[in-house]
Design a protein around this ligand. Structure first.
Ligand SMILES: Nc1ncnc2c1ncn2[C@@H]1O[C@H](COP(=O)(O)OP(=O)(O)O)[C@@H](O)[C@H]1O
Ligand SMILES: [Mg+2]
Length: 467
């Protein structure tokens, strides 16, 4: 259709004017329909989430705005904050401070050791049926009435969580304050009873596994600043899965660097180091390393290495195997309180060995030990504490890497348990010194078998092997 060329004002025809208006309306309707079609097309192209959002926004715009909560009804923000705080407080774990359970939760089955005070019993957990060891703490009466040793045993054992240290399960109480019991995992054997009953010693590969376990527990203790101070075979427990665990923390305590002044009356005589016997007032982890050496020797021969009758005899038995102390290997030994009176045999000044390389122990005493093994044993039993390796150094010793390799724990033989049904019967051995005892005044003048010494007191009569 062609538009009229002449001016509108000039066209006065009403029919023509109506036709023009109709055309205009039709045109506008077409335009609107096209725009609507385009809008629908675009809406279809939008992702659903966006569409959703759009819808929500649209709805929200339609809904009235949220009512503000002004009342104190449940679920207010103040209430929520309080619940939140309470929840946080409840999350505090405080098992250490919970009251102790009563010993009646356990049924005592039998005393473990015959002849002892019966302080350790085999017992059954009445709830779980598990078998445990129950040890009554010796509550010593120190002058201030504070049971220091009992508390130390708890404190150190609680801290000493290691695969080769007996696990303390809990502490239980009897009816009065002096009835305190340690509840521990039960182990079938102690090493002392086992060695006493063995027909044949452990195999070299077994000894290696046992020693390795014992040293790694010692390393753990020392790295946590704990001295055990009573390592010996009766304080080593063993299960039927080839595992050993250090027990009896009755002498244990924390120490520091430099070592504090401590009592010399520690460690059962047969496992006591020469510096303690000579009266050292400050000592460190080296005293435990000496005891480890004694236990190593005992595992090899099944008999305690140095069985002294008293301190003087003990020292002379040690020197008979290690050779005498000299300026060369232990320059400071003369300054120890009990060394003043020590008279050395003639010619001993020129003994073999040096400060860092202690003399080797006599091979004849340990015929089945390899050279690496003898080197390790000789260093553990170095007279000079400074020459003894640390527990961590011991673990890196070639002895543990050479053949025969340490035997897998799973391959260990099992032994009938003496602590199970029967009580353990053990030959009498010396005990650790009692807390609070006075250190005896010792005269070591005759330690090398002086003419005046009686055999009973000094163990004189041994042939001193030099070099
Ligand atoms: N957890 C245990 N499992 C089995 N026997 C144990 C356990 N603890 C101790 N014993 C036995 O009891 C003996 C004494 O325990 P110990 O802790 O050494 O006390 P003490 O301070 O009287 O020497 C040990 O030599 C061992 O035979
Ligand atoms: Mg003990």
């Amino acid at each position: 259709m062609s538009a009229p060329s002449k001016s509108r004002w000039a066209n006065e025809d009403p029919e023509e004017e109506a036709a023009i208006a109709r055309q205009k309306r039709e045109k506008e309707e077409k335009k609107r329909a096209k725009a609507e079609k385009q809008r629908k097309l675009e809406q279809q192209k939008q992702p659903p989430a966006t569409q959703d959002k759009i819808e929500k926004l649209e709805n929200a715009a339609e809904r009235p705005s949220k009512r503000r909560r002004l009342s104190n009804e449940p679920g207010t923000s103040a209430e929520n904050a309080e619940i939140e705080t309470r929840r946080k407080l409840l999350q505090f774990p405080a098992p250490e401070w919970a009251p102790c359970r009563h010993v009646d939760n356990y049924q005592r089955l039998n005393h473990i050791e015959e002849g002892s005070y019966g302080l350790v019993s085999r017992a059954k957990d009445l709830v779980t049926g598990e078998i445990v060891a129950l040890k009554k703490l010796k509550i010593d009466k120190s002058p201030d009435g504070f049971p220091v040793t009992g508390l130390r045993e708890i404190q150190t054992l609680q801290r000493a969580r290691h695969n080769n240290i007996v696990r303390l399960r809990e502490i239980v109480m009897g009816n009065n304050m002096n009835d305190v019991y340690l509840v521990m995992d039960f182990l079938e054997h102690d090493m002392k009873t086992l060695l006493d009953d063995m027909q044949e010693p452990f195999l070299p590969s077994e000894i290696k596994t046992l020693l390795q376990q014992m040293i790694s527990a010692t390393e753990f203790l020392h790295s946590h600043w704990i001295l055990h101070r009573d390592l010996k075979t009766s304080n080593l427990l063993m299960n039927n899965r080839g595992e050993i665990k250090i027990a009896d923390f009755g002498m244990a305590r924390y120490y520091g660097d430099p070592p504090p002044k401590l009592t010399q009356l520690v460690v059962t005589l047969w496992y006591r180091s020469p510096e303690l016997l000579l009266g050292a007032e400050s000592y460190g982890p080296e005293i435990d390393i000496w005891s480890v050496g004694c236990i190593f020797g005992e595992l090899l021969t099944t008999d305690p290495l140095f069985q002294g009758k008293n301190e003087v005899d003990q020292l002379s038995k040690i020197f008979a195997v290690t050779g005498p102390p000299t300026q060369q290997i232990w320059p400071t030994f003369r300054s120890l309180p009990n060394a003043k009176s020590l008279r050395l045999p003639p010619g001993s000044a020129s003994s073999s060995g040096s400060l860092t390389n202690p003399p080797l122990l006599p091979r004849s005493k340990f015929p089945y030990l390899t050279n690496a093994g003898l080197h390790l044993l000789s260093s553990l039993l170095a007279l000079n504490p400074a020459a003894r390796p640390t527990a961590a150094e011991c673990l890196k010793h070639p002895y543990f890497r050479e053949d025969p390799r340490p035997k897998a724990k799973e391959m260990f033989p099992t032994f009938p348990s003496k602590a199970g049904q029967e009580r353990r019967r053990r030959r009498a051995t010396p005990e650790a010194p009692k807390h609070g005892e006075e250190a005896p005044h010792l005269d070591f003048a005759n330690v090398f078998g002086g003419a005046a010494a009686s055999a009973e007191e000094t163990g004189a009569g041994f042939a001193l092997r030099l070099g």
